[in-house]
Design a protein around this ligand. Structure first.
Ligand SMILES: Nc1ncnc2c1ncn2[C@@H]1O[C@H](COP(=O)(O)OP(=O)(O)O)[C@@H](O)[C@H]1O
Ligand SMILES: [Mg+2]
Length: 221
């Protein structure tokens, strides 16, 4: 489903060049639940951003469902991102001037979905995440755990084939974590492809994991 061949990613800051990813090759099958593990700074976030077409590689090749997308123009990659991926960021990234349901439905805006339908789909997901009572609260009125659950709902609103989650349990308590894990479990049952990163071990999700990929200084083992 997704294949990475010898990808590298370098960042330049002034005269210093950082190799965030160094010759990474990996193939991820449809429906696989893959854990990216490794210390802070090892390249997990960079890898997820590249997978979700948010960042470009420096060299190498990427295939998505048999199409090589490495050299696609930006507007094409944005379209792929909107259609195929749901991204759960470590830092929630909700917009504070918007209510919870509005935040959740933001990915539908460029698709021309009606307001009524956007709200309906957002409410369905908010119910699934036990957050329907917070639908009309502004994002800044939510607790950290509620914000993360809203961010999970937002990542799922376009019914993505592939879900990317960057340390999704790091900033929330165990009760909220349980709700997020239950949703991940349901997504796995539905056959979604899930790639999730953690810098430490997460016993609560061990049973969901098909494969663990270890990152160390931009390389995988
Ligand atoms: N935008 C950026 N500019 C410069 N360096 C970056 C940037 N993003 C990440 N890096 C560097 O790339 C390396 C990998 O970072 P990252 O992918 O965030 O690792 P992880 O998610 O495993 O903590 C680190 O050395 C980090 O400092
Ligand atoms: Mg990271």
């Amino acid at each position: 489903m997704i294949k990475f061949d010898n990808i590298t990613k370098s960042y330049r800051s002034g005269k210093v060049k950082i190799k965030a990813l160094d010759d990474v090759s990996l193939a991820i099958k449809q429906g696989e639940f893959v854990l990216l593990n490794g210390p802070s700074g090892s390249g997990k976030t960079t890898f997820l951003n590249i997978t979700g077409c948010l960042t470009r590689i420096t060299s190498g090749r990427i295939w998505l469902a048999d199409r090589e997308i490495s050299h696609f123009p930006d507007h094409f990659l944005s379209a792929i991102r909107r259609e195929k991926f749901g991204f759960i960021f470590q830092q929630f990234n909700l917009i504070s001037g918007y209510t919870t349901w509005e935040n959740v439905s933001i990915p539908l805006l460029p698709m021309g979905v009606s307001d009524k339908m956007r709200k309906k789909r957002a409410m369905n997901l908010l119910e699934e995440l036990n957050l329907e009572t917070r639908a009309d609260f502004y994002a800044n009125e939510l607790s950290g755990g509620e914000q993360q659950r809203a961010a999970v709902a937002r990542a799922l609103i376009n019914d993505p084939e592939i879900i990317l989650a960057d340390e999704p349990l790091s900033n929330i308590d165990s009760e909220n974590a349980k709700t997020v894990i239950a949703v991940l479990e349901k997504l796995k049952t539905k056959g979604k492809t899930i790639i999730i990163s953690f810098h430490d071990s997460q016993p609560l999700i061990t049973k969901l994991i098909d494969r663990t990929v270890y990152f160390d200084s931009g390389r995988i083992s």
